[in-house]
Structures are given as C-alpha cells and as structure tokens.
Design a protein around this ligand. Structure first.
Ligand SMILES: [Zn+2]
Length: 299
C-alpha cells in the first residue's frame, strides 16, 4: 500500500471514530433511561405522553428516545447537534451555565442544559395555558427532552472542550481501537450486556430496576428533588457529570492507553447509576410538568 493511501485510510479511521464518537449514550443507553422513566410516570404523565407520542412509537416512549441522534446529521436538523452536550474549560472539573452553555459560535443557551430548560418550558406552556394557542411542536419537545435528559447524565457529555468530551482521546477498549467518548456512550454498556446479561437489554434494565427498589431506594427521593420549586434541574446533573468525568472517565485514560478489566469493572457502577438517575429524573421532570393544572391544551 502506498504511503498516501495508508494516510488516507488512517484519516478515514479517525474521522469515522469522531463521527461515531459524536453520538450520545448509544441506543441501549437512551432506551434504558426512558424505559426506567416509564415505570415512574404518574397517571397524568402516562396520559399526556401517550397523547404526544408519534404513531411510530406505538405507545412506547423508550422506542423514540434515540430519535434526536438519528436526525441530527440531516441538514435541516443540524442546528440541534450542539444540544447533546456542554463543554467545560480543560481540567477545571466544574460547570457553570453562563460560562459553558453556548455553541462554537458563542450563541448562548445552545447546549444540553439549555435545551432541557427550553423543552421543559415548551411542554409547561402547553400544560399551564389551556386556552392559548401553543406554537411549539410538543411531540418533538417530548422526544428532545427525554433524549437530552439521558445525555446530560453521560459524564463525558459534560467534558473538556480541548478533547471534545473525550472524542479526540484515542484508546483501546480491550483489543479494539476507539475513543474515550465512545467507551462511555457504548462500550461499557455493550461489555456489561455480554458479560452479565447474555446480551439481553431487558435483563439489564430489570437488574437496574431491582437496584432502584433495593440498593438505591434511599437515594431515589434526593435524585428526584429539584431546588426552588423548579421543574427541571439540568445544571445539577451537568455539575455531577463533569465531576464524574474527572474522577472516573478521564482518570487513567490518556491517549494510547489500553482499557480493560480494571477500568471496566470500576467504571460500570458509575454508568449503571447514571442510567438509573437519568430515568428517575426524566420521570420526575415529566411528572412535575404534567401534574400542572389545567391539563394539556387542545390535546
Ligand atoms: Zn444525544
């Protein structure tokens, strides 16, 4: 192979990884967050979600929770790409809305936490003002909110700007070359499915639901709570994420490192807890939105 051809293949590999790595929690992660959320919906939320879901969902929110990932590369939806994450200054290990929530053109509020506030507000406006005409697409608002609530819990979706949340940190996951962001979006979950759940996602979700009833049951009320009677608290979730990114995701994962059993076994509990927290908090947020009176306008 000529050296220029080799270079072209190497460039293609990195580009492919960057594109793959730019995805969010993989399909499994988003499905898990939404499936857990569904089992904590109050009656009003079940009814409102059912009315808002597109026909293709067949009544199941979890089935459309990856929709924002599927559309974001289409030109008419490209504006949504910055809404899946928020980057923080390198090595600071903290997050501040005003400093960090903007896109690459410095447009304020264009990040995952801004998107959660925005879509919560859209759904609230329909829930509170039964007699005014709502100009928002509430079906999309529900699907975006459900997806971004998952994303904000993935620690590297609140990662450093310099490495694009781990996307440019090339590592080996056992024998496969990938990047650190992709490890946290997909690989840890996929390895857990193979190792512990016979590759069955429903079995993994069941195990997390069992933990919510036992090991985590004392923590669940505090996970749900939102200060100052707010409907959504994404700033808290992003602060937790960058803290976990520094303590777990970036630690011992410098470029070129091979990540194996030690990394997998010590990080899996973090991933499991973030998926469970994402589900509990999505349900709590939707319950707060839809328990507002009167009921959804014109639905
Ligand atoms: Zn996403």
């Amino acid at each position: 192979m000529s050296s220029s051809l080799r270079l072209w293949f190497a460039t293609l590999l990195v580009l492919t990884q960057l594109i793959n790595g730019a995805l969010c929690w993989g399909k499994e992660g988003h499905y898990t967050v939404c499936k857990i959320a569904e089992s904590y919906f109050e009656e009003e939320t079940v009814a409102a979600v059912k009315k808002l879901l597109p026909e293709s969902a067949d009544g199941d929110l979890a089935s459309v929770c990856s929709w924002p990932d599927e559309i974001k590369h289409h030109w008419q939806w490209r504006w949504t790409s910055p809404l899946h994450y928020v980057d923080t200054p390198d090595y600071r290990c903290n997050y501040e809305y005003c400093r960090d929530c903007h896109d690459t053109h410095k447009h304020q509020d264009r990040c995952v936490t801004g998107a959660i506030f925005n879509y919560t507000m859209q759904l609230m406006s329909a829930s509170e003002n039964s007699h005014t005409i709502v100009h928002y697409n509430l079906t999309e608002a529900l699907m975006f909110l459900s997806h971004y609530m998952g994303d904000v819990h993935q620690p590297l979706h609140t990662g450093f700007l310099g490495d694009l949340g781990g996307n440019t940190i090339i590592v080996n996951w056992y024998h496969n070359e990938t990047n650190l962001h992709h490890v946290w979006d997909n690989m840890i979950i996929e390895s857990a499915l193979e190792t512990y759940y016979n590759s069955s996602l429903p079995r993994m979700i069941q195990a997390l639901q069992a933990k919510l009833k036992n090991g985590w049951s004392n923590d669940v009320p505090s996970w749900k709570s939102c200060h100052f009677h707010q409907k959504a608290c994404p700033n808290l979730y992003a602060s937790e994420s960058i803290d976990l990114a520094c303590k777990y995701a970036y630690r011992n994962a410098t470029p070129g490192t091979t990540l194996g059993d030690e990394y997998f076994l010590s990080r899996l509990p973090v991933v499991e807890k973030r998926l469970a927290q994402g589900g509990i908090r999505l349900a709590a947020t939707l319950n707060r939105i839809f328990s507002a009176k009167p009921k959804l306008a014109g639905l």
